[in-house]
Design a protein around this ligand. Structure first.
Ligand code: PEP
Length: 249
């Protein structure tokens, strides 16, 4: 039986007061439940507010959208995994397509960030995904597995079973285009196979989320697809009742 994970990536939205108002509404729509996990990834500046607003809801977790790979030092404007943990985060996104393609983050940097997350006690939600050109060239699985191997290169593979993964095709993020459930499943199965190779039997239980223009209309069919263990959602997580209907799937 699936225990789905629903992750909300708020990107550069929801100032602290907006986040508080959102959560007041959302919590009214979403009573406590043990059969699924919900994680919010607010802006780093709203992290503390979100943590406080959720302190009575152990079923809902909080993460940070980005960390630096160093633990501390002269990196003006950056946040480390340990600072994020101190502000309440227990998870971090790493390798999100906007980090890779808007900010030029490399596979190697993503790997260093995963290692920094593990050092500080944050669970990585590690994202992989191909561009449209890579998909059209038939390179989807090669690209995704290359990103995955590089992402976990610096960590002890015995830790891998604690991670979360997300397959997010770049062409589907924020575009209104979604992978079909069958296409998503095909890639998730390739990721699962690689996780078995990397982590043995423990690779079996690692949730693989799908992300890319998920909404309340398509969430159910994506979630029902084989090997889709949850959803990572950007735009559709910004509206409380819409997000509540997605997480109730
Ligand atoms: C994301 O930011 O991870 C994402 C999947 O965005 P959207 O749902 O808006 O496509």
């Amino acid at each position: 039986m699936k225990h789905p994970v629903f992750a909300a990536n708020w990107k550069m939205n929801q100032a602290p007061a907006d986040a508080e108002a959102f959560l007041r509404q959302f919590l009214a729509y979403y009573p406590k439940t043990q059969d699924r996990t919900v994680i919010f990834f607010p802006s780093a500046l709203s992290l503390h507010t979100v943590t406080i607003a959720l302190q009575d809801r152990s079923d809902i977790k909080v993460g940070v959208q980005n960390i630096h790979w160093e633990d501390h030092g002269a990196f003006t404007g950056e946040n480390s995994a340990s600072i994020a943990r101190g502000a309440g985060a227990r998870y971090t996104l790493v390798g999100h397509s906007e980090r890779r393609h808007v900010f030029g983050e490399t596979d190697e940097q993503a790997g260093k960030k995963v290692a920094a997350a593990v050092r500080a006690g944050l669970t990585p939600l590690f994202c992989v995904g191909e561009t449209l050109a890579e998909r059209e060239a038939g390179r989807t699985v090669d690209v995704v597995l290359r990103q995955l191997r590089a992402g976990v290169a610096e960590v002890d593979k015995a830790q891998l079973h604690t991670f979360l993964l997300a397959y997010e095709p770049v062409w589907a993020i924020g575009t209104g285009k979604t992978a079909t459930p069958a296409d998503a499943s095909t890639v998730h199965m390739a990721i699962r196979q690689e996780l078995r190779t990397l982590a043995g039997a423990r690779g079996e239980g690692i949730p693989i989320l799908y992300g890319g223009s998920v909404n309340r209309g398509n969430a159910g069919s994506l979630l029902a697809a084989p090997e889709v263990g949850g959803l990572l959602v950007g735009g559709a997580s910004l509206e409380a009742d819409g997000w509540a209907s997605i997480v109730r799937n």
